[in-house]
Design a protein around this ligand. Structure first.
Ligand code: SF4
Ligand code: SF4
Length: 436
């Protein structure tokens, strides 16, 4: 057999695996599951088309042209195609390897480079997010935000900055999670909590609710204050080297905590930390430790299902539309557990949304770098929610919560959007969920 010509597009550091690429039998079952194919109907913006682009690049038949990169850039990394694929093609590994190649080898325009740099130097940095929160809190509380939004000034900003502004949640009080929270009653488990980066500063109420629920269920919770961002935003965008540095620091931090289980409560972060073993497979010092770390990770709803309830649930009487985070349902395969946790609350009526497997457009930094496509998907999702006449939307990922809340607002729909664990917490405490 003649060996394949060297790739003009990819270097030798973990190019997308030809074995994985060749598992695709071109059946097309994934096409209707792919949000960009659903929007545009273009083969090259479908999973099958993107795998074909990877194949031709890998075989040396295509270079990494701007058009080639555009088709890969528009992929949300939602992994809906993996759920749909009967051949078990591991698209997650393919797209991550391809994106890392792009960031190493494809020169982006100066404005794109600067914008991405601003994102990566801010969002994964907890110290900088803290400062940003302080400034934004003044912006909101001084009435300046209302003035800017009411005056139409926002429309003068570039679309990306408009998107950032509209995604910003109303900042409440800072409910910082203590480094150690004791279990209520007899201790059943000692768990670690991954705090996230954006979530820790901008929606700390999600972590606070998670800690209260875990403590009520008999868990002692360790939340190492020195844990950095898990690197999800970076790894999903092809920024491999800084993402791996963050992964090593997260592992160090949780090893010191000596916990039985590591709880995640954001779909994107959860799917990322479960891949540490794979991401650090070449690192002699970390490979085994990373694999052990990944084994311990559980989404909060998955963990609560495994643990079984001890705390009583009081009625909340709500029609709840559950929105699946892509990284929870497709990457982590956690679909039934959040529904079961919510349905177990007395008075909850669960509503299923049409097109539940389609992404809302949040997808890590996707809504910041591809805002028009992200808005189109979010508006579609918001229309389904509006038609369902829900009292509240629940989701297991801060990105989805912010994205859907912004889309509902655009449509003049005041339905609140909460994290699933906030509804469980309200039920255990016997209070009305916030904002409902
Ligand atoms: S990850 Fe999502 S957007 Fe990308 S190809 Fe798969 S289904 Fe389409
Ligand atoms: S469903 Fe799987 S095998 Fe079929 S075209 Fe899509 S990725 Fe390829």
């Amino acid at each position: 057999m003649t060996p394949a010509p060297p790739s003009k597009a990819f270097d030798q550091h973990h190019p997308p695996s030809p074995e994985l690429i060749n598992q695709c039998v071109h059946c097309g079952f994934c096409l209707p599951a792919c949000p960009t194919y659903v929007l545009w109907g273009n083969e090259m913006d479908s999973p099958r088309g993107r795998i074909y682009l990877m194949k031709t690049a890998s075989e040396g038949a295509t270079a990494m042209t701007d058009a080639w990169v555009r088709h890969i850039d528009t992929c949300l990394g939602c992994m809906s195609c993996m759920t749909a694929c009967p051949s078990g093609v591991d698209y997650a590994k393919l797209i991550e390897a391809t994106r890392a190649q792009i960031e190493r080898r494809h020169p982006r325009s100066q404005s794109e480079r600067r914008y991405r740099q601003m994102i990566f130097e801010t969002f994964p940095r907890v110290d900088r997010l803290k400062l940003m929160r302080a400034g934004l809190s003044v912006y909101q509380k001084s009435g300046l935000q209302a003035l800017v939004r009411g005056s139409g000034l926002l429309k003068l900003l570039p679309k990306q900055l408009q998107t950032m502004e509209t995604l910003m949640p109303a900042l409440g009080s800072r409910e910082a999670v203590p480094p150690l929270t004791p279990a209520k009653g007899e201790r059943r488990k000692r768990v670690g909590l991954l705090l996230g980066c954006v979530q820790r500063e901008f929606m700390p109420e999600i972590n606070a609710a998670t800690v209260r629920v875990l403590a009520a269920e008999g868990c002692e919770i360790v939340a190492p204050p020195d844990q950095p961002c898990c690197g999800a935003l970076m790894v999903h965008a092809g920024e491999e080297a800084p993402a791996l540095d963050l992964a090593r620091r997260v592992i160090d931090s949780f090893e010191r905590a000596q916990v039985d289980v590591i709880i995640t409560n954001a779909g994107g972060c959860g799917s990322n930390v479960r891949e540490y073993g794979y991401q650090l497979r070449d690192d002699a010092q970390y490979a085994e430790r990373a694999a052990r770390f990944s084994e311990k990770c559980r989404d909060i709803t998955e963990f609560l299902e495994e643990l079984g309830p001890r705390a009583g649930r009081k009625p909340v009487n709500l029609r709840v539309a559950y929105h699946d985070s892509c990284h929870l349902q497709h990457a982590q395969r956690v679909r039934t557990q959040p529904r079961a946790q919510l349905a177990a609350i007395p008075g909850v009526e669960m509503l299923e949304l049409p097109e539940a497997t389609l992404c809302c457009g949040s997808a890590g930094i996707y809504n910041l770098v591809q805002p028009d496509t992200a808005d189109a998907l979010a508006d579609r999702k918001a229309r389904h929610i509006g038609a369902a006449k829900a009292d509240v939307v629940a989701s297991g990922n801060i990105g989805c919560v912010l994205q859907i809340a912004a889309a509902l607002k655009r449509q003049g729909d005041a339905t609140p959007v909460l994290h699933t664990v906030q509804i469980i917490d309200a039920s255990i405490r016997g209070v009305r969920p916030a904002g409902v």
